[in-house]
Design a protein around this ligand. Sequence first.
Ligand SMILES: [Fe+2]
Length: 124
Amino acid sequence: MNNLYQSADWKAEKHVPVIEAAKKGELLEVSVAVGKEIAHPNTTAHHIEWIEVYFHPAGEKFPFMIGTFDFSAHGSSVEGADTSTVYTEPKVTCFVRTGKNGTLHAASYCNIHGLWNSSIEFKG
Ligand SMILES: [Fe+2]
């Protein structure tokens, strides 16, 4: 499993999911984007297919899956590859209600370059 995910500094590697979290009232707003500093290609042949987000509350054994987000439009149409005007960008925002601090994890999947992950500590 240790070789399943790749990770790196997101400022130098375009595949790393970048996580941002901010408390909004009783909700935790979680945003995840791939290609925040260096844009990842978004073409029919090369694109990000999905992002998953997990929250692991501090002191608890198991993490919780917050959501999985599929990006389905990558430029293909009845005319062929990269002929449409629609490309889903690999950026999501979701909201979580929790009273706990913990670690947010994100995974992203590039159809060519595989699985990438990152994590941040959240302290409300
Ligand atoms: Fe890629």
